[in-house]
Ligand binder design. Sequence first.
Ligand code: KG4
Ligand code: ZN
Length: 342
Amino acid sequence: MITLGIETSCDETSACILYNSKIASLKTFSQIDLHKMYGGVVPEIASRNHLQKISEVVDLCLMESGFKYSDINLVAYTSEPGLVGGLLTGILFAKGLALSLKIPAINVNHIHAHVFTCGLTDGIFDNFLCLLISGGHTAIYNVKSISNFHIMGKSIDDSIGEVFDKLSKALGFGYPGGPVIEQIAKFGNEDIYKFGIPLSGKDNYNFSLSGIKTEFLKIVQRVCGQNFNGFNYEVIMDELKTVPRGTVLDVANLCASFQKTVVNIIINRLRNTIEAFDCKPKKFVICGGAASNEYIRKHLIKICQKYGMEFYAPEKHLCTDNAAMIANLGERVYVKNCTLIV
Ligand code: KG4
Ligand code: ZN
């Protein structure tokens, strides 16, 4: 079985060839540099670049894997959710290609593809608890199988990736914020700024992140002043590396405290969810762009140890958007001929 996956829902033009359900080639053209200066993804720029890059990315994938167009048995493409222009580019390319090759094309929900990424790497498709933390979504899923899973709790406002991005933008570090905040946080004292758990005592399972986002943005304003134009990441990192521990700049304390606050919220919501099970899940999966954060992973591993759950996380390049996860779920759904119960 040779499956071509196509992912164009946001700012990555990605193609993947799966051969016997393993990655034979994965190529991703990231548009980050094109969007960085705007502090987020600009939909019009994104769709134009998907259009320019899609054929090239697929060609590169075929070349690296050593297959030809005529070898492909199935095309899996992201159909939702995402930026409309980018999605349309991928959908039309995938359907046009499938039509010309006389092979099936299968639509894949991008979020569900994140949830099942560990199917590709660890063969986990059934019976697990999943925390999805991406730029667009934050949710806890109870997964029975690829055709039977449901949300146990989700963010009622911002997503976790989004709050990392907003703080980073306010500090002048641009998009995407997660990796930058994670690096700077390593130099900070995480106990300088403290906040409680939003929704605590009112709603045990859902997340609310807009309140802490606002609090941290207010701190940036207070610490950095009204006329603040933003820090330069390279300059700040150089300074942090030379300043002795204990006298670090406040930006590092801010990032570290922010990251700890986010992790406290995740752990609190996760604990409430796990406690709700009579029979505790045996496997736990973390996925989505923010799942590449080492600090978050480290704390979730501890929670898993406490509850006797096996911890799984995709390799970092499979946490952020990629076509391998699309090909993986599309192929599985096609082969099993499933109907979705969500
Ligand atoms: O899953 P993804 O690639 O796209 C969506 O489906 O939304 O996630 C992108 C998000 C961005 O908000 C980015 O800041 C966040 O993932 N992210 C991180 C890290 N790497 C990426 N957040 C926290 N720590 C990281 N190391
Ligand atoms: Zn995603």
